[in-house]
Design a protein around this ligand. Structure first.
Ligand code: F0G
Length: 349
C-alpha cells in the first residue's frame, strides 16, 4: 500500500526523520452522480471523504499533524471539536502511542463521533458552551501545557488536507470548474484552495476551480459578515460562529471567482436524503450542504450546464444515526409471514 504521505511526499513538510504513520487514509472515491446531474444540469462528481479510516476528511490532515508531533517528541495532543476532529485525533493518537484530550460542546456531537473518541481512548472534556469557546480553551490549554494542538489552526493539518485537491486533479486530469464544500471552521476550503494552486504551479493542472463554500443559515458568519454568538443547525459538524480561518475562506472564494452562501436546515436535510436515495451514498448532514447549495442555485435560476462540479462529501452518514432516524417514521412491525413480505413487494413494484 502506498500511503497518502508517500504518494504526495514532495508537497508535504515531511523528511526522512518523520515517523511513518498511516491508518489507510486518502485515495477516496470520486463518484459520478448521474441521477443528481439530471436535476442540476452539470457534470457532478462526489468526493466521498466518509471512506477515510475514521469516516471523515480530517484523517488526511491528522496523519500529517500527528506524524510531525511524533517527530518533535510530543507526549500528548489536544483539540476542540464538533466531533470528527476528535474521532480522527483520538484514532491517530492511539496508533502513535500519544495521549489525546478532546474538548467538545456538550449535547451537540453526533453519537457515532463521541463513541469513536471514547473507544479510541481519548479523554473527553464536554463543556457547557459552543465549539468556538471549546477552541478558545483548547488553544490556551495547549499553550500552558505544551500539548500539541491538532485543530486546523495547526498548519500541518491543512498540508495533509490539501491532498484531496491533488487526488481530484489526478483523477480528472485537471481541476474541476467548481469545487463545492461545506464550511465550518474554514480549514478545509483553505486547504483545497492551497492544493489546487500548488498543483497548478507544478503544471499538474492548467486551471483552477471556483471555490463554492456553503454554511448553514443558523451558523453563517462568513455569509452574514459577522460572528454568530449562538450558532444553530441540524448539521452539528458545522455549528460554528467564529471560524478560525474565516479570512482565508473569504480570500479563497474571492480569488477563485467563487462564493460563500448559506442553506437552510430543511434544504440540508432534503439534500441529505437525496444524495443517499439517488446515488447510494449516505453522508452526514453537514456534508449535504454543498448539494443543497447547488440545488438552490439551480432553483434560483443559475445555469450550471457545461460545468464540471465536484461536491465534497466530508463525513460518513453512519456517524449520525439519530438525525437519520428522526427524519423517517419507524417501520411498522408485521406478522412474520410470507404474505406480509409479498404485500410489501407489491407495494414497491
Ligand atoms: N464537514 C464535516 C463533516 C466536518 O466535520 C467539518 C468540520 C466540516 C465539514 C467543515 O470543515 O471546519 O474545515 O470548514 N468539523 C470540525 C470538527 C470543526 O471539529 O470535526 P472546516
Amino acid at each position: 500500500m502506498v500511503t497518502l504521505i508517500e504518494r504526495y511526499r514532495s508537497f508535504l513538510p515531511v523528511t526522512d526523520a518523520t515517523p511513518a504513520l498511516t491508518l489507510g487514509e486518502g485515495n477516496t472515491p470520486l463518484l459520478r452522480a448521474r441521477q443528481l446531474e439530471q436535476q442540476l444540469g452539470c457534470r457532478l462528481f462526489l468526493k466521498v471523504e466518509g471512506m477515510n479510516p475514521t469516516g471523515s476528511f480530517k484523517d488526511r490532515g491528522m496523519v500529517v499533524a500527528m506524524s510531525l508531533a511524533l517527530e518533535r517528541g510530543a507526549g500528548s495532543v489536544l483539540c476542540a471539536s464538533t466531533g470528527n476532529t476528535a474521532a480522527s485525533a483520538a484514532a491517530y493518537a492511539a496508533a502513535s502511542g500519544l495521549r489525546c484530550t478532546v474538548v467538545l460542546p456538550a449535547g451537540y456531537v453526533a453519537p457515532g463521533k463521541l463513541a469513536q473518541a471514547l473507544v479510541y481512548g481519548a479523554r473527553i472534556v464536554a463543556i457547557d458552551g459552543s465549539f468556538d469557546r471549546a477552541l478558545e480553551l483548547a488553544r490556551e490549554a495547549a499553550e500552558r501545557s505544551g500539548a500539541e494542538l491538532v485543530n486546523s489552526v495547526n498548519p500541518f493539518r491543512l498540508e495533509g488536507q490539501k491532498t484531496a485537491a491533488f487526488e481530484i486533479c489526478d483523477t480528472l486530469g485537471r481541476s474541476p470548474d467548481v469545487l463545492a464544500l461545506p464550511v465550518g471552521n474554514a480549514g478545509n476550503i483553505t486547504a483545497y484552495w492551497k492544493g489546487f494552486r500548488e498543483y497548478r504551479e507544478v503544471g499538474k493542472t492548467g486551471n483552477l476551480p471556483m471555490m463554492w463554500g456553503f454554511q448553514a443559515e443558523g451558523a453563517a458568519p462568513l455569509v452574514n459578515g459577522a460572528p454568530v454568538d449562538h450558532p444553530q443547525t441540524v448539521a452539528t459538524a458545522i455549528r460554528i460562529g467564529r471560524p478560525a480561518r474565516g479570512n482565508e475562506a473569504l480570500a479563497a472564494a474571492r480569488d477563485s471567482g467563487g462564493l460563500l452562501a448559506a442553506v437552510s436546515d430543511e434544504e440540508i436535510m432534503e439534500a441529505y436524503r437525496l444524495v443517499a436515495s439517488c446515488e447510494g451514498v449516505m453522508c452526514e448532514p453537514a456534508s449535504a450542504a454543498p448539494i443543497a447549495g447547488l440545488l438552490r442555485r439551480v432553483r434560483t435560476g443559475h445555469d450550471l450546464s457545461g460545468l464540471t462540479v465536484v461536491a465534497v462529501l466530508t463525513g460518513n452518514g453512519l456517524k449520525d444515526p439519530a438525525t437519520a432516524l428522526a427524519s423517517f417514521t419507524e417501520p411498522e412491525t408485521v406478522p412474520a409471514e410470507l404474505s406480509a413480505v409479498l404485500r410489501a413487494l407489491a407495494a414497491t413494484a
